[in-house]
Design a protein around this ligand. Structure first.
Ligand code: SF4
Ligand code: SF4
Length: 106
């Protein structure tokens, strides 16, 4: 990055003042990316074991566990990156991670 660009990067800099890459992509572009395409493992929700405690949804870094009427719904696999945090926190074993071409873990 050139010194000129570094000098422009201040707390009050807008997106047009930032790097050329940011200018090419423009603002608000993340809604157009299906970040779930990067996923290696896929979470599998075992509805019959789910107690709707909702421990899983606030820990998802990608907001990929939709909740409506105080109940979680199926994963948003367009944006889930397969980190597995939800499976770790579920106290009822209602989420398992599935590797490509393999069965879901217990
Ligand atoms: S695997 Fe990670 S990104 Fe996907 S739903 Fe679970 S917590 Fe969210
Ligand atoms: S943490 Fe487990 S039991 Fe609780 S809502 Fe999520 S999937 Fe269901």
């Amino acid at each position: 990055m050139s010194k000129n660009l570094m000098e422009k990067m201040t707390v009050t800099a807008g997106w047009r003042d930032l790097t050329p890459a940011a200018q090419v992509l423009g603002e608000g572009n993340s809604v157009y990316f299906l970040t779930g395409e990067w996923r290696t493992e896929t979470p599998v929700w075992k509805k019959e074991q789910c107690k709707q405690c909702l421990f899983c949804f606030p820990v998802c870094p990608d907001s990929s566990i939709p909740v409506a009427n105080s109940k979680r719904d199926e994963f948003d696999l367009d944006h889930c990156k397969g980190c597995g945090i939800c499976a770790k926190v579920c106290p009822f074993g209602a989420i398992s991670m599935k590797a490509p071409g393999k069965e879901a873990s217990k």
